[in-house]
Design a protein around this ligand. Structure first.
Ligand code: 13P
Ligand code: SF4
Length: 377
């Protein structure tokens, strides 16, 4: 494969990219649930087919109850691609809304109800930072074709960067297929930003001996000559919600109930995934509990809202949070407050759009290539 020039992307710190996003007007801040539900239903009735609401599995109950589709990142990106509504309201975080904007047609608007919903892990790999790491690593491995793969949990400029270098996007449900695609095409993979998903995927492919880590914040942690000797280079990013789970939590659950089964998200540490009975995306976690026999116990190692939903959706199964009260909610996902949903819907019904996510045109096309490659694998 011919090496491409490093992309020159005009990029800013991702968290502050959307400075046009607005805060909730004070009159929406104290709504009671009954009133809010009535007002959301009335606005949805007015808007009819013009609007579709997509809700990630980690959203609060009051959001998923209004969602037309609930799912994991992969399912929601497919739903966004198929949606023909004029407005796609995204109950999720910024990178998901960006991906929806890239995938939907130009005459559709993607609305992220709250501006604060930014995944910290996505912010751990800034395109500018990756661009300079790329220059160092490719210089240290001049004869190798390195394929960059970015997890869906990344900003559009990084997705665009990966496409420009022959790479692609993956989600937690198809990371192993993205690695296979990359190794068919090139010699090495640079995986961003989640080192745990990268490590878990390398294990799944029996390539755990091939791993090296690149820590962009530690001058001692990024030796280009050293990492260039490995086939899989992992960016040192992580999710705080999932890093919290430890093997001791699994031991404790099994000590409390020897029949308990454990399922965790692949953003968890390697040893946790290894010790669990099963690991998979949020959709896999949902399917597993949906298919469990009545009376089975499943301990869930992921964001607490999903565990709570599963307890409500499947009362016949004994669903428990893997680390009890210490399980975290995702601060970014939590920002999608139902009051924000009420506000954006009522405003849309009056013909006013707020908090529209619009990826810059120069990023949109290339990031779209990276997403299309994922949808094709
Ligand atoms: P899924 O793709 O499994 O839904 O996960 C998204 C996410 O943000 C996990 O933290
Ligand atoms: Fe990001 Fe973790 Fe929240 Fe997922 S759970 S959106 S990875 S911070």
């Amino acid at each position: 494969m011919v090496k491409m020039e490093t992309a020159e992307l005009d990029t800013d710190l991702s968290l502050f990219k959307y400075d046009n996003l607005e805060q909730l007007p004070p009159r929406y801040r104290e709504l009671e649930e009954d009133e809010r539900t009535e007002r959301i239903d009335a606005a949805l009735e007015d808007l009819g087919d013009d609007v579709v609401i997509l809700g990630h599995n980690y959203q609060r109950r009051e959001i998923v109850e209004h969602a037309d589709f609930i799912g994991d990142s992969y399912q929601l990106s497919k739903e966004a691609a198929e949606a023909d509504a004029e407005y796609v309201i995204f109950g999720g975080v910024t990178f998901m809304a960006e991906s929806a904007d890239i995938i939907t047609d130009d005459d559709q608007s993607v609305i992220l109800p709250s501006m604060e919903a930014s995944c910290p892990m996505a912010g751990m790999a800034e395109a500018l930072q990756v661009d300079s790491a790329w220059a160092e690593i490719t210089a240290a491995a001049p004869d190798a074709d390195i394929i960059p793969i970015t997890y869906m949990n990344s900003y559009a400029d990084l997705k665009a960067f990966c496409a420009s270098q022959g790479g692609l996007v993956c989600t937690s449900s198809n990371a192993h297929e993205a690695f296979e695609y990359a190794f068919n095409k090139g010699d090495k993979v640079l995986f961003l930003p989640d080192k745990h998903l990268g490590e878990n995927t390398a294990h799944r492919l029996d390539m755990e001996e091939e791993i090296a880590e690149w820590d962009p914040w530690d001058p001692e942690g990024k030796d280009a000559d050293e990492v260039a000797e490995s086939d899989i280079i992992l960016w040192d990013g992580y999710c705080q919600v999932h890093e919290r789970f430890r093997e001791e939590h699994i031991d404790q659950v099994r000590a409390d109930n020897p029949d308990a089964n454990v399922i965790v998200h692949p953003e968890c540490r390697r040893e946790v995934v290894e010790a669990a009975d099963k690991a998979g995306s949020t959709a896999t976690i949902c399917e597993t509990v949906a298919n469990a026999d009545p009376g089975d116990t499943w301990a869930i190692g992921t964001e607490i809202h999903l565990t709570n939903h599963l307890q409500r959706w499947h009362p016949e199964v004994n669903v428990v949070p893997l680390c009890g009260d210490a399980c975290m909610d995702c601060n970014a996902m939590r920002q999608i407050d139902p009051n924000y949903l009420t506000w954006v819907l009522e405003e849309l019904a009056e013909g006013r759009e707020h908090n529209v996510i619009e990826v810059a045109p120069e990023e949109k096309e290339l990031a779209g290539v990276a997403l299309d490659r994922m949808l094709e694998i």
